[in-house]
Design a protein around this ligand. Structure first.
Ligand SMILES: [Zn+2]
Length: 174
């Protein structure tokens, strides 16, 4: 079942989500709904607070691989990188944020078994950090250092951003 996605302004997005003590049937249903909702959006990841459930649960789909994270914790980060980021709960915007280049995460999987994700990188690393932030009531817009780095539009691919920037520079009188 596709669930409605809450947008910024809703207090649930700002709560610290609670740990899940038992991975039972209702949690399994919630996981299935979240995967369906993420795919329909479409998005790379979705955290339970985004569908109004303040529990420490998130789903990510990168390279056609679904990762279910229950009570996730970042246990190691390496490096720093500037990335363009957007969020299903902040529709119509994107911005540049600083994230760790690589992360290792400890979590339970959808069967309640402990899993370790070691040295994730690229989009997967970014999604892990973004979704775990959601569980602490944080949104990427909190990490954007100034309002001018928050852009109104859908996320663009880097070459398109560069092309647009050049076109703007050329259009503006020096
Ligand atoms: Zn988000």
């Amino acid at each position: 079942m596709i669930r409605p996605i809450l947008v910024v302004g809703n207090p649930v997005l700002r709560q610290k989500a609670k740990r899940i003590s038992q991975v039972d049937k209702p949690i399994q249903r919630l996981i299935d709904d979240m995967i369906e909702t993420m795919r329909a959006a479409p998005g790379v990841g979705l955290a339970a607070p985004q569908v109004g459930v303040p529990l420490r649960l998130a789903v990510i789909e990168v390279d056609e691989k679904v990762t279910v994270l229950i009570n996730p914790e970042i246990i190691k980060t390496i490096g720093e990188t500037e990335l363009d980021e957007g969020c299903l709960s902040v529709p119509g915007f994107w911005g540049q944020v600083t994230r760790a280049e690589r992360v290792s995460v400890k979590a339970l999987d959808r069967n309640g078994k402990e899993q370790r994700i070691r040295d994730a990188e690229g989009l997967f690393a970014q999604a892990l950090q973004h979704e775990i932030d959601h569980l602490d009531g944080k949104l990427y817009i909190d990490r954007v250092d100034s309002a001018e780095h928050l852009q109104r539009s859908e996320p663009l691919r880097k070459p398109e951003v560069e092309a647009r920037r050049r076109a703007q520079e050329e259009a503006e009188p020096a």
